[in-house]
Design a protein around this ligand. Sequence first.
Ligand code: HEM
Ligand SMILES: CC(C)=CCC/C(C)=C/CC/C(C)=C/COP(=O)(O)OP(=O)(O)O
Length: 310
Amino acid sequence: MSDISYIPQDNEARFGDYIALLKPRVMSLVVFTAFVGLVVAPNPVHPFVGFVAILFIALGGGASGALNMWYDADIDRIMRRTRSRPIPAGRVTEREALGFGLALSGISCVMLALATNVFAGLFLAFTIFFYVVVYTMWLKRATPQNIVIGGAAGAFPPMIGWAVATGGISIESVAMFLLVFLWTPPHFWSLALFMKADYDEAKVPMLTSTHGRTVTRKHILAYALVLAPLAVGIGFTSIGGPLYFATALVMNALFIKGAIEIYGRSEAQAEADKYAVEKRFFYFSLIYLFAHFLALLAEAGLSYLGLGIW
Ligand code: HEM
Ligand SMILES: CC(C)=CCC/C(C)=C/CC/C(C)=C/COP(=O)(O)OP(=O)(O)O
């Protein structure tokens, strides 16, 4: 008989450690963008099929997080931000994380293919491959363009959602991809501005470490300026509408304002307020992306009710 009063030791894996391997907070936004991609597509899927599809996309996304943590365990051990993750903290072994990530990847891709269509299953497999092999194993340690190219992995989920519903790709799904793709560099580099020391110590060639903070600030502004017309322009596609357009206008005005502020700051100013402006911009980047996809969802809801205007 098992002893129900058994208390795990500090270095033993608990259920929560396996959840942590799935990077649940980051994946929540990934899954939300996939959900919106699925809902705004022209061919509505049965709600149960939609639910199952999102479940397996979430599982696949989480699996890629576990494989990322398996491969990056050496870096995670060095960086302050990641030191207490299950592997560096010694609560899950690298082998366990690898097995867990591979098993969940296989299950999620096969089940998505069976529950929806083969293209969507293959697309999920390709996205996991891109994040784990192309970004994590190759680009992350090789070039300061790591997150620009690797960011494609995080931008594919809305296309996977669209593929679940339609079995294919369209201008609209590519537009949603580009929205996340161009958003990723300002999102990540703003974090890298105040986490620079971590990446320096781990010898990861993030732009802040290879080219310094001033160059990184310029890059954030450049991407914000390129992102804005694309983000606003989506308002005129079949998935857009006035509500989305207004949201995009406000959000992009604020995003560019924040990027200009970041661009104009000297290191002395940033040190003085402990990178408060950069931190605020990073958190705002999350609201920015969420707001765009929420507005797309609202437009789909209005169209469904016959209230769509454009
Ligand atoms: C290559 C692309 C990306 C890189 C390098 C990156 C990097 C990061 C890093 C290092 C963090 C801090 C995470 C932590 O402390 O646990 C973070 C936070 C976050 N990222 Fe990204 N990110 C990328 C793409 C994305 C995408 C595509 C999404 C969603 C669509 C996303 C959503 C989030 C969210 C929601 C958080 C906040 C998590 C929290 O509350 O701590 N990221 N990102
Ligand atoms: C559906 C599916 C497979 C989705 C994949 C989604 C994906 C690629 C998200 C990227 C987000 C992310 C946490 C990047 C972190 O970079 P990092 O790994 O360098 O960050 P870290 O230092 O926190 O580990």
